[in-house]
Design a protein around this ligand. Structure first.
Ligand SMILES: [Zn+2]
Length: 228
């Protein structure tokens, strides 16, 4: 480390995106304590896991998994908030790589051709500056090299934050909000649809409603976390 960098580091030490404690040497984005506190689902290699059961019946699904358990006020929720609302783009990439490792080890996603993030409306993307699901895809692709398609599926209707909607309102809120912009890029492809949290599944179902209109498409889903 250069002496200039060392001085900057001392004056402005990096803090954990989750608990705000100063990071120790070798820690990146998130401290080891928080990283170890993230409850894994171990759904990766599991057929008929709770993520699949939540989505099955709403879409023609090949495989689905969620990597971590999202619990209110838990570590995973703090990580999701940091990824979504605190501009932690490096953390998104890092968590994407974690997802990629899980997908790779499971062996159930080897047939995936392309990665498609759940899109944000362009206005929200503009105000946030990035799409956290797209960065998760980029992290996954570092581990599991696949093309990331960011303009094939678009959110053409501005919707309220799903986390602020209750029950059946979630489905109404996003119904018909997505459409395909580039059929050719998705035709006959096995698509892995990627999002940060699986809650009711309404957003992913609405994406799938648009995706199933593409000839020959197959859909799998991977989310960073699942609310249980
Ligand atoms: Zn921490």
């Amino acid at each position: 480390m250069s002496s200039f960098k060392a001085i900057i580091q001392t004056l402005f030490p990096s803090t954990c995106a989750c608990c705000n404690e100063v990071l120790a040497v070798g820690e990146r984005q998130i401290c080891v304590r928080c990283l170890n506190g993230m409850a894994e689902t171990h759904f990766g290699g599991m057929h008929d896991n709770p993520a699949e059961r939540r989505l099955m019946g709403h879409m023609p699904l090949v495989s689905a998994t969620s990597v971590y358990r999202f619990q209110l006020d838990g570590t995973v929720q703090h990580v999701v908030h940091a990824m979504k609302f605190h501009g932690c783009t490096e953390l998104c990439l890092m968590m994407g790589r974690q997802m990629g490792l899980e997908l790779l080890h499971s062996g159930r996603f080897d047939g995936v051709d392309v990665l498609v993030p759940v899109p944000l409306h362009w206005l929200r993307r503009l105000s946030r500056g990035y799409n956290q699901s797209e960065l998760l895809c980029r992290g996954i692709a570092e581990v599991m090299p696949r093309q990331v398609l960011t303009t094939s599926l678009v959110r053409h209707r501005y919707t309220r934050q799903q986390s602020r909607q209750q029950g059946s309102r979630r489905a109404e809120n996003v119904e018909g909000a997505f459409r395909i912009r580039d059929v050719e890029s998705l035709k006959d492809k096995h698509v892995l649809l990627v999002d940060d949290v699986l809650t009711s599944g309404a957003t992913l179902n609405a994406c799938a409603d648009a995706l199933v209109t593409v000839p020959g498409i197959r859909i799998s889903v991977a989310t960073f976390s699942i609310a249980m």
